[in-house]
Design a protein around this ligand. Structure first.
Ligand SMILES: Nc1ncnc2c1ncn2[C@@H]1O[C@H](COP(=O)(O)OP(=O)(O)OP(=O)(O)O)[C@@H](O)[C@H]1O
Ligand SMILES: [Mg+2]
Length: 265
């Protein structure tokens, strides 16, 4: 007879498989799922994600998932007042802005300052529920703006949702680079390909990430300088790729450096 521990483990495995299947069924119209990660917080993941996504949305069908469940701020960068809609059968219709379909925990909060204080397994469950219940429809790209770090949210995205590739964001500072290497190492461990690495806030802090990309054997997508227009526009909920020709050129370069296998024709 199996032990109680074996029964519990088997039941957990069964449920995990069922959840994975439900998410896979719900997301079968999504061509490329790309998670934007960093080890360290505050390096510019959200800024990079919304601008890359908005640029691609000019020619492709793009979804944006705010996987930062505790401090979701994708909507803030996009100046959004729109909310996702939840139907009676508990299905979520994403909000739309700049031609993108967007889902964020913030759209389910009462106010901007409301905090989500949940333990890891509940965060993981929230990500799963949002992925399973959202009507994504047909998408060329679904970008996930990840919280910093290599624990629950990243693990859930890789293990249960499944990603096609990760984009790593790092500033040129030693601590950010050390943590970016942790994120790269996690991707390797989990079998998630790294699409490439973006250096953000370069110039002011020097330039080092291209060298790290070479050492790690991953594509270098480009550098974004610490720029006043990016800081100010983002604070106002406006998109640098739409409002600043110089910032747009930087992001166009980054997108043009996507490896062939991650481009949707
Ligand atoms: N290249 C840049 N030039 C100027 N300001 C920038 C640049 N990149 C990001 N910022 C600003 O720095 C702040 C942090 O950026 P962001 O929120 O995107 O970081 P993050 O990595 O997503 O943070 P978290 O780890 O908390 O999710 C934001 O106010 C953003 O507008
Ligand atoms: Mg962020």
């Amino acid at each position: 007879m199996p032990s109680v521990e074996e029964v519990i483990r088997a039941e957990r495995d069964k449920r995990m498989l069922q959840q994975r299947q439900a998410v896979a069924d719900n997301m079968k119209g999504v061509k490329k799922r790309i998670a934007v990660m960093s080890g360290k917080g505050g390096v510019g993941k959200t800024m990079v994600t919304v601008n890359i996504a908005a640029l691609l949305a000019e020619k492709h069908k793009v979804g944006l998932f705010d996987a930062d469940i505790d401090c979701p701020n994708v909507g803030k960068f996009l100046g959004m007042t729109e909310k996702a809609k939840i139907s009676a059968d508990n299905r979520i219709t994403p909000a739309e802005k700049h031609g993108m379909k967007i889902v964020s925990m913030a759209f389910l909060h009462e106010s901007e300052s409301q905090a989500t204080i949940w333990r890891g397994p509940i965060i993981s469950n929230a990500i799963l529920q949002l992925m399973e219940k959202t009507n994504w429809g047909e998408l060329d790209y679904l970008f996930a703006d990840m919280p910093p770090g290599t624990s629950d949210a990243a693990l859930t995205m890789m293990q249960l949702i499944g990603i096609d590739a990760a984009i790593i964001v790092s500033t040129p500072q030693s601590a950010a680079i050390a943590d970016a290497r942790r994120a790269i190492s996690m991707c390797r461990h989990m079998g998630a390909p790294v699409l490439g690495i973006v250096e953000n806030m370069s110039g002011f802090f020097g330039k080092r990430v291209e060298e790290i990309a070479k050492e790690e054997g991953i594509p270098f997508l480009g550098s974004i300088e610490l720029r006043k227009d990016i800081a100010e526009l983002s604070d106002l909920g406006l998109l640098p790729v739409r409002e600043s020709a110089e910032a747009r050129a930087v992001f166009e370069q980054i997108v043009s450096n996507f490896p062939e296998e991650y481009r949707v024709k």
